[in-house]
Every structure is written in C-alpha cells, then in structure tokens.
Design a protein around this ligand. Structure first.
Ligand SMILES: [Zn+2]
Length: 228
C-alpha cells in the first residue's frame, strides 16, 4: 500500500491528519497524538457514552500513550497502572503502579470510568478481572475497552492457567507489548460475539459492543461499553 494522508477529525485532538503506511491497523496513526485505530475507537466511544468527564475519576490499565494522556487532560482524577513482572500488585517500580486486574488493590467504588485497550485477551481469568472492575466502579460507572474480536459467536479459550502452570488448549499465540517486546505475551482467548454476555455475568447492568461511525482509513474497532 502506498502511504496515504487524510484529513480527519481525531476523537483525541480534533482536526488532524491520519497517516496510513501499511495494510493493517497498526500502520495507521493520527499524526498529532499517534493514536492507532484501536486508541481512536476507544476515545470515540468514551466521548459518545460518558458525559461530564471533568467530574469523573478514571482508571486506565496502561500508563503511557494517547489514552492515558487524553484521560489525564480531561478527567477529575486519572489513575493508571501496568502489570509488572516481579512487582507485588499495589506496589510500584520507577513510579509506575503495578496492578493485577484479577485482584485490584483499590477500594470499592473508587472510580467512575475504567478503560483498557488490548488487555483482557492476556488475562488468565478474565471473569475475575470483570468482577474486580465492577467492584471498584461506583454505581452507574462505565467500563469501556477493546480486545481483538473474531467473527465467531462464542469466545474460544486458547490456554488456561492453573496455579501458575499454563496449559495450552490450542497452539500458543503471542502479542507484543511495550514493556516486554514483540511476541512476549500469551493470548489466552479469542473473543467472539458473546463478549457482552461475559461482561454482564460479572454484574454489569448493561453491556454492548459499539462501533465508531466513521472508520480511520478503513480501520475501526468494536468497543465494549458497559455500565454498572
Ligand atoms: Zn489525534
């Protein structure tokens, strides 16, 4: 694909330019905030669903990039964390808070908005993670996140973790991440159309998939939008 530059209205920075230099979504970015279609889809969903951001306490499951930056500039408070190998959840390293979404160190009803991009496919017990986010959200609070989705009706478990031992049910698949490098993080499952039902099972009153009305150079992600 030849590089393409298109004027667009970025959900993060307003009028901007979208640069595409390859066929997949990771090769499309806003030239101002560097957001990919994954980030931009999540931010568009927050704008469409969560009113009065300046009054909201946000919690985002990553510490750098366009999503935490955008939340910090708009929300009343913004808490961020990473899952850090070798750091006790609730502790920190180099000023970065470590949290395990399956067992968060926050009190009940600490937040009004919880967000993540591309996290839950790597969480061994995602149901425990959804229950924890439900616990730390105040009544009426929102959970919005992206995960890679396939077209299947049901989520397919690729691996499970029993007492720290990984058992592969399908050939292992890995994603890269910013901290651990390419191909370092195991994919536990491929999510299907039952994702909203999986989130509702954790106690959320509403959960549905939402798509941005305008794709970003042909790419957009469905965003899971749930309310406690
Ligand atoms: Zn932007």
């Amino acid at each position: 694909m030849r590089p393409a530059v298109r004027g667009f209205r970025c959900p993060a920075c307003g009028p901007s330019l979208l640069l595409g230099w390859g066929a997949d979504e990771m090769h499309v970015r806003c030239l101002r905030c560097r957001g990919t279609p994954v980030h931009l889809s999540l931010l568009a969903a927050i704008r469409a669903h969560v009113p009065a951001l300046a009054t909201r306490r946000a919690y985002e499951l990553s510490t750098v990039g366009p999503v935490p930056r955008w939340l910090r500039a708009r929300c009343r408070t913004t808490t961020t964390s990473e899952y850090l190998d070798g750091v006790e959840p609730g502790g920190s390293r180099d000023g970065i808070r470590c949290e395990d979404v399956q067992a968060l160190s926050f009190a009940e009803a600490s937040f009004d908005l919880c967000t993540s991009t591309e996290v839950f496919e790597h969480v061994p017990d995602d149901a425990a993670g959804f229950r924890e986010l439900h616990r730390v959200l105040a009544p009426g609070g929102w959970l919005l996140f992206t995960v890679p989705m396939n077209d299947a009706p049901a989520t397919v478990e690729r691996a499970r973790n029993e007492g720290g031992q990984v058992e592969h049910l399908l050939p292992p698949a890995y994603h890269g991440d910013r901290l651990r490098g390419p191909g370092a993080v195991l994919v536990y499952r491929d999510y299907g159309a039952d994702l909203p039902a999986r989130v509702r099972a954790a106690g959320f009153a509403h959960a549905a998939l939402w798509s941005p009305p305008r794709p970003f150079l042909g790419h957009a992600r469905q965003v899971l939008v749930a309310q406690r």
